[in-house]
Ligand binder design. Structure first.
Ligand code: SF4
Ligand code: SF4
Length: 472
């Protein structure tokens, strides 16, 4: 006999469907007007999100020596991160950083669920800022609902203009700062104000301004529902001991208004005030169970705690807990295979990364052949090849370098002075190799340039290229 698995519509606005009716699969978005809530977890969010915003807006202005501390300088193909310079050849480090970040996130998710989403995610943070602006320009939840329904009036237009103008100011500051991570921000600011930025600069600032305005102002929870991959795959990382925000069914049900509760027929602790739903930025009812839309912002926890305080009942009807505590009344488990596994990989990758960073040579050398001629013959009949050596000092102090060449067939380097290269500087040094044509028996020889710091031991790099001559 075929068994049907019972299902329940957990969507924010469940729709009753008659299978015989024709219906539209497109569900229109219902605008959410979250009520402001105060409480312990919202205070933590205020701190974490303020830190996030301060870091985002101030970091590009921070200097490290005479360089921008964080600069992903794409035109010059180098990343400056707190005094360290990374070239494209260091892509390996970027990959390790991403792997480390991914496993760090896995560990946090297995342990505390979507705490990243609720407390530091940029989408949640900027949306919260935009909601705060909405509140100061259009009022609290009820005032906003009323304003939405009201006919067009001078007050309505004025409030809307104020809201969108402030949104645009924040979005512009966000877009500008974002581009400031890729272009020296002080020059960017001067050029932006003086109108000398150039088309691409204005284009990218405009693009990220629109992006922020749309995501935080208009799309909001839709980004979490439909665009964020993390929101979708995090559920596979959950186990029964992952911290989640949950409603205590045993304690709360049957729900109902306080006055309906009698000695013979007592109700649970949930007075069905719907405050937990009104404060939810994603518009869900936590009493329906764990839902993928929940970003674990804990607004419902703080809201319900205030209700419980007023009713002189213990807090925690909606709280951080785990499935095994709630359903099986088991104590919290620390030692779980997933948590241990992800933590072990994270620690291993972190140690490898630090080790690789410690033994990294802070120098990159590249030899570019002169493309205008394969070789030339000088007045004494010697064959010459011309190159440009690109020397990038990836350290935190200036260094003086000497250049040597290793080759065969008597290929020698014409004398070249030592060069001093500043931290993060890419120095282009023209050099010439020379050979006696009588000693050249092939048209192509492999040569190796060796660049070595003269002021400190153990900093040297080699780069190979070819020496071309006439065919004998
Ligand atoms: S805030 Fe608490 S008491 Fe009110 S409906 Fe939600 S769970 Fe029930
Ligand atoms: S259900 Fe609670 S924790 Fe989840 S998003 Fe809504 S308010 Fe935040």
């Amino acid at each position: 006999m075929t068994q049907k698995i019972p299902t329940q519509d957990r969507s924010p606005n469940p729709v009753k469907i008659n299978p015989d009716d024709e219906f539209d699969l497109y569900a229109k978005r219902k605008k959410i007007h979250p009520r402001t809530v105060k409480g312990f977890f919202q205070n933590i969010r205020n701190v974490s999100m303020s830190g996030m915003l301060l870091a985002y807006f101030l970091l590009p202005w921070l200097m490290w020596g005479d360089r921008q501390a964080l600069l992903f300088d794409l035109p010059h193909r180098q990343f400056n991160i707190f005094g360290l310079t990374f070239a494209p050849q260091d892509f390996f480090f970027l990959s390790w950083m991403l792997i480390m970040g991914a496993f760090g996130l896995f560990v946090v998710t297995v342990f505390a669920g979507r705490v990243f989403c609720g407390y530091v995610c940029p989408q949640t943070t900027w949306t919260r800022v935009f909601m705060w602006i909405e509140k100061i320009t259009e009022g609290e939840r009820n005032a906003r609902i009323k304003l939405d329904k009201a006919d067009v009036s001078a007050v309505k237009i004025g409030r809307r203009i104020a809201k969108h103008s402030l949104w645009l100011v924040v979005a512009l500051a966000t877009g500008f700062s974002f581009v400031g991570y890729f272009t020296p921000i002080r020059d960017l600011a001067n050029d932006f104000i003086s109108g000398n930025l150039g088309g691409w600069g204005y284009f990218f600032i405009g693009l990220f301004t629109v992006f922020t305005y749309m995501n935080a102002g208009w799309l909001r929870e839709q980004v979490c529902f439909y665009m964020c991959p993390y929101g979708r795959f995090q559920s596979v990382m959950f186990d029964k001991d992952t911290l989640i925000i949950s409603y205590d069914h045993e304690r709360g049900e049957p729900r109902g208004a306080l006055k309906q509760s009698t000695a013979e027929d007592p109700l649970g602790d949930c007075v069905d005030c719907s405050l937990c739903v009104q404060v939810c930025p994603t518009g869900i009812d936590i009493r329906d169970g764990l839902q993928f839309q929940c970003i674990q912002c804990a607004a419902c926890v703080d809201a319900c705690d205030t209700v419980m305080d007023k009713l002189n009942k213990p807090r925690g009807l909606v709280r951080y807990t785990t499935e095994s505590i709630l359903e099986e009344h088991k104590p919290y488990h620390w030692l779980r295979p997933r948590l241990v596994g992800y933590s072990a990989v994270f620690v291993a990758v972190f140690i490898l990364f630090v080790y690789a960073l410690a033994i990294r040579v802070p120098l990159t050398v590249e030899a570019l052949r002169d493309r205008s001629s394969m070789y030339r013959e000088n007045s004494e009949g010697m064959i010459e090849n011309v190159y440009t050596l690109r020397i990038l000092n990836k350290g935190q102090v200036p260094h003086t370098y000497t250049v040597a060449v290793e080759s065969e067939a008597g290929i020698t380097l014409l004398p070249v002075s030592n060069v001093e290269v500043q931290p993060g500087e890419l120095y282009s040094l023209p050099v010439t190799l020379q050979a006696n044509p009588a000693e050249l028996h092939k048209t192509k020889y492999e040569v190796e340039f060796k660049v070595k710091a003269v002021d400190v031991a153990d900093i040297s790099k080699e780069t190979k290229t070819s020496f071309l001559g006439p065919h004998n």
